[in-house]
Design a protein around this ligand. Structure first.
Ligand SMILES: Cc1cc2nc3c(=O)[nH]c(=O)nc-3n(C[C@H](O)[C@H](O)[C@H](O)COP(=O)(O)O)c2cc1C
Length: 380
């Protein structure tokens, strides 16, 4: 069920905690009909312990398909139960987080990126996930962890997980994770990107599907990665910080389908209907105005009026008379020029032409499967 109804995941928006929430995904889906959307990572424990409150964490409007649930965890029973509970919500794929370096996550025993050091556990977790869902499963990982950063070690991880579980799709954040306590933000900046590892995986595991992630900043660069042979491209920060200029090009420039043709004003009109329908409906005034407006922080990126709009927004959050998203927009949008609000998306911005230029020349030597060693280790 599910996935085959949609265009393939040539473009997906990365899972991002506190960013790719239901509200962000609503705006994103108004702008692009075909982008695959990932949820924020949800801990298996949260799903299990919040059984009475699951809609709040897992329900989504049907327009948000195709949508992938990312879960995190280190306990097979909880991962199994969480998947079983989530399965009823009809996600199109279930993904396991093996890439998050956050101390809060990685420090909790074996969780996030640290799982890359235990491929046997990951294969068990993926088998358990697959046994409790009827949709495909995938892993999102780094290219290594700390000193375990050779191409061969990455291949051992992919080989073990794919041969010992039904995992056929891997999303590769193409830099290693450092678990030495640097911040998650630095962990997305300091370890260098090695796209050549990603492209070598395509060569060495022709039966698997790989999505490239990390440092890809616009749709032109997405297309460059696809031209180089990538099966799919995942974009994180650019899809949030530069929401409109990134997502408004996806349907036409990546999928070759007509774009929605909406202007920014029309996107906001649709979002306002959603916002006013959900404002305060979770109880305790949640979601509040700030939570509903936050996904728009990159909507006017680099446009005239952007900074002023943010200042106006800050003042409007404190104004008790502004009780609806409609009135919030009426109060704040006047500072954005009509030409910005009413123009169709500008031409496709050009990406860095040399991003993948030399990648074929840098490929590491082919992986030689050390089958016996791998199987013995995996069983030990
Ligand atoms: C605010 C923020 C939160 C993130 N949360 C998650 C997460 O929950 N799960 C995950 O696998 N990656 C998470 N990431 C990493 C992104 O999914 C992505 O791998 C990373 O940002 C690199 O892609 P980019 O260079 O296109 O941003 C997060 C990134 C950011 C900026």
């Amino acid at each position: 069920m599910g996935a085959e109804r949609y265009r393939p995941p040539l473009f997906s928006v990365a899972p991002m905690m506190e960013w790719t929430d239901k509200h962000y995904r609503t705006v994103a889906r108004i702008i692009s009909k075909h982008a695959w959307l990932y949820t924020e990572m949800l801990a298996a424990e949260t799903i299990v312990y919040q059984q009475g409150n699951l809609d709040r964490f897992l329900a989504f409007p049907s327009e948000q398909h195709p949508i992938v649930l990312q879960i995190g965890g280190n306990n097979l029973d909880n991962i199994a139960k969480a998947t079983q509970l989530a399965n009823a919500y009809g996600f199109d794929e279930i993904n396991l987080n093996c890439g998050c370096p956050s101390a809060k996550v990685a420090g909790h025993g074996c969780f996030g990126a640290r799982l890359m050091l235990d491929p046997k556990f990951v294969s068990e977790a993926m088998s358990v996930i697959a046994a409790n869902t009827d949709v495909p499963v995938s892993v999102k990982c780094r290219i290594g962890v700390d000193d375990h950063d050779s191409y061969n070690e990455l291949c051992d991880f992919i080989y073990k997980v794919s041969s010992l579980s039904p995992t056929k799709h891997f999303i590769i954040h193409s830099r290693k994770a450092l678990l030495n306590g640097i911040s998650p933000a630095d962990n997305r900046r300091i370890p260098p990107l090695k796209y050549e590892y990603y492209y070598a995986l395509l060569r060495d595991f022709p039966d698997l599907r790989f999505t490239i992630n990390g440092g890809i900043d616009c749709v032109d660069e997405v297309n460059a990665a696809l031209r180089e042979g990538a099966h799919g491209v995942m974009v994180g920060r650019a899809a949030y910080n530069n929401l409109w200029n990134t997502l408004a090009h996806v349907d036409s420039a990546v999928y070759g389908e007509p774009s929605s043709g909406l202007t920014r004003r029309q996107v906001l009109e649709q979002y306002q209907v959603y916002g006013d329908a959900v404002l305060g409906t979770y109880g305790n005034n949640r979601p509040n105005m700030r939570e509903l407006i936050r996904p728009l922080s990159g909507f006017f990126y680099s446009e005239p009026g952007n900074s002023l709009w943010k200042r106006k927004a800050d003042a409007a959050f404190l104004n008790k008379n502004i009780k609806t998203v409609k009135s919030f927009f009426e109060e704040t949008l006047a500072v954005i020029p009509d030409a910005v609000l009413d123009s169709p998306v500008a031409e496709l911005p050009s990406g860095r032409i040399d991003l993948f230029a030399n990648v074929r020349g840098l490929l590491p030597p082919p992986y030689e499967t050390r089958t016996e060693e791998v199987v013995v280790n995996a069983q030990s």
